[in-house]
Each structure stands twice: as C-alpha cells, then as structure tokens.
Write a protein that binds this ligand. Structure first.
Ligand code: GDP
Ligand code: MG
Length: 180
C-alpha cells in the first residue's frame, strides 16, 4: 500500500542548486523564500535561501511527492531538523566548485544522521561542468569509508532530467514498488 503523500528533503551548501532543482521538477510553481544575504555568502551569490523551498511532483493521480529544500547555511541548521520531520528520503546536492566538497559531503551526512537512520539518501554533485575534480569515485571512496551506501550522480540542477533521475533513484530506495 502506498502512502498518498511522500515528503523528501533537498539539502546541501549554499549554491549547490537546491532551489534550481526543486523549480526544475516541481509540477506546481515552486515556493521559494529567498532574501538578500547580508553576510559573506553575498560574495558567492546575491541571494540565499533563509527559510525553505517547496515544490510537488505527482507520480500519478493519487501519489504526490512533496519536495522541501532546506537553507544551506549552518546558522539556519535549526531548520534542518524541523524540515526533516516526516521526511522519507534525503537528496544531498554538493557544489563541486566549493573549496572542499568532499568535506561538505561528510558534514551534511553527519548533520542529517537522525533522518538517515530511517530514510535513504541520494547524492547529486552539481557544477562538475565548471570543475570536474573531485570526481565521482572520490566521493564513492568517502562514502565507503563512512560505511554509507548511497547512489551518487553527476547532475546539473538546471536540467529537469538529471533531477528526475536523482529523485527516482531515491523513490526507488524508499519503495522499490514506486514507479514514476
Ligand atoms: N554551471 C552550473 N551551474 C549550476 C549547476 N547547478 C546549478 N547551477 C547554478 O548554481 C546557482 C545556484 O543555484 P541555487 O539553486 O540558487 O542554489 P541553492 O543555494 O542550493 O538553492 C544557480 O545560478 C544555478 O543556475 C550546474 O550543474 N552547473
Ligand atoms: Mg536556494
């Protein structure tokens, strides 16, 4: 029996593509709460998400998947647990152009430990077009060293197909009977 409503969480550092990814796949106009950044993140981009992103995809007439994007900055980490409530899976987006994206992987997996006790994670590495290193194998080695099994893909958050593949891999991990 499928739950009629499923909730998945998108997380990752500022600039990883969370807002873009949710907008790319949502079947309804996404809700985004961006505000002008008044801190150092302004150096990377003019805006950052202070609260959340929200979208929905319809797998079929009865089955909705709610998509929630967390704020990326650690100073909003109190939101991470709130948004994780009831989450059935986690999409972790990593920005390959950041100074140490492998460390970001470890950090975010650590921050979401309680969700990940009961829910699977998939990882999408963005901006590999801008910076190809580290490669996917480096991330896989890190996951193996943490004894975490998770699908990991190169994605471009602006490409609907890439994000659909990522989300379908997650839904399949949640329930192998779910098909889009
Ligand atoms: N070059 C490149 N830009 C990307 C990719 N994915 C996302 N972006 C861009 O990265 C910027 C930050 O994305 P955004 O969704 O605001 O990130 P967020 O802070 O995680 O919500 C946007 O300008 C996106 O268009 C990618 O794979 N390659
Ligand atoms: Mg955002």
């Amino acid at each position: 029996m499928r739950a009629p409503d499923n909730k998945i969480i998108f997380t990752g550092p500022v600039g990883a593509g969370k807002t873009t990814a949710i907008a790319a796949i949502s079947d309804v106009p996404p809700v985004t709460t961006d505000a002008a950044a008044s801190d150092m993140t302004l150096n990377r981009k003019g805006h950052t998400t202070v609260a959340m992103d929200y979208g929905v995809i319809y797998l079929d007439e009865e089955t909705k998947v709610h998509l929630y994007g967390t704020p990326g900055q650690e100073r909003f980490d109190f939101m991470w647990d709130i948004l994780s409530q009831g989450g059935m899976g986690l999409v972790l987006l990593l920005d390959n152009t950041r100074p140490n994206p492998v460390k970001d992987l470890q950090f975010f997996l650590g921050a979401f430990t309680s969700l990940l006790k009961d829910a699977p994670v998939v990882i999408g590495v963005t901006k590999m077009d801008a910076r190809p290193e580290p490669d996917i194998e480096s991330y896989q080695r890190t996951l193996a060293s943490m004894s975490i099994r998770a699908p990991i893909f190169e994605v471009d958050a602006r490409r609907k197909e890439d994000i659909q593949n990522l989300v379908m891999a997650l839904l399949y991990s949640i329930d192998p009977g779910l098909e889009g």
